[in-house]
Design a protein. Sequence first.
Length: 426
Amino acid sequence: MAGPLEGINVVEFSTMIATPTAGMLLADMGANVIKVEPPWGDLWRYAQAVLPTDGRPFMAYNRGKRSVTLNLTKPESADVVRRLTEQADVILANNRPDVAGRFGIDYETLASINPSIIYCEGSAFGHEGPDSYRPGYDIIIQGMSGIATAEGKVANGVPQQIVASPLVDTACGLAQAWAVCGALFARERGAPTGKKGKGQKLEASLLGTGLLMLGMRFVRIDNIDKASHAEIMESVNAMWTAGTPYPDLLKVYEAQHFQSPGNIYYRFYQTADGMIVVGCLNDGLRRKMLDVVGLRDIRFEEGYDPRSEEAADFGARLMTDAEVIFRAKTNGEWLELLDAAGVPAGPVRFVEELFEHPQVEANNLAIDVHHRDLGTVRMAGPPATFTDTPLEPGNPPALGEHTDEVLAELGFGSDDVSAWRHSGVL
């Protein structure tokens, strides 16, 4: 059975992570995604390379696409771009505006060829404002969005970025795929019977995605928070001006964001043979956990003041006591007790444990794809399932693997292809 986007044609002019992630997700849903790369390939192919033109990062964000090489700096490429655009439903791009215009792949140029296209552009900061000129990668957005400072981790005297995942890039790719699906629906809903409706331009920025990911941390209630926010920024700016070392500045900043003492309920614990994590986000679950570990918490007693010295002292002892108690039993013993009590908990794992884990297997969360030169590649599968229009993830493409095939579909003859290849167009 066909995927939900079967019959939708996507042309992708992008590199790195965010916009390629969007293209991959659309391909998972059955769209025909043509990735246009320069003859030397997307530069992301060379990161963690396992072949001369293939690396793990490229495979992670580009499965299911058809790779076409095209040198956009050559005048002959314009005819190929025109024919690709004529048959496209969606254009994905993440070039700077000046670059897109110079190559003739900007929205205005392509929409003049095909007014029904959905043109989705990824950017670092958006195309307006004082930072719009800046290039941006995940670590830069973590720093400039407040994620790194809100995370509160320090390494070698500076903020420690989240390194396990390019989380902002990946989330921005999800946002772009989400936006494209909405725009496709809007186009079809407004179209005359049997025809395509008018397209539109979409934009998703890494900065906007980063702010969304801050969730409740990026919510300001003016009547409650505005004055305190101003005080916090006054002290932060004064410490920056004075050259205060970041770890000292962070201590002051975190002290201005009150946290109730004694967090034993939402954290990791070392056990006798491993580590577990617990997550109790309401008082009912917290009381259940207290019963399991046999501890008392004065926060549930009348007259408790979380800002008092008594609360701070008790909270520190409570955390120490909980850590000692958890080290006395094994992971299996604790999880049996916590599961029986209905306390959310689980074992802490390393990535390598998940590739064949039965929970992952049972839900098809890891999939096997085929690479032309490397054989079987296992990776994370689509993040959602469909009952009636199942997703069928495709294979990661080798560089230019589908060039001849796609150009033939567009009506170009073998003589054209041979001449372009010889002159460096392909």
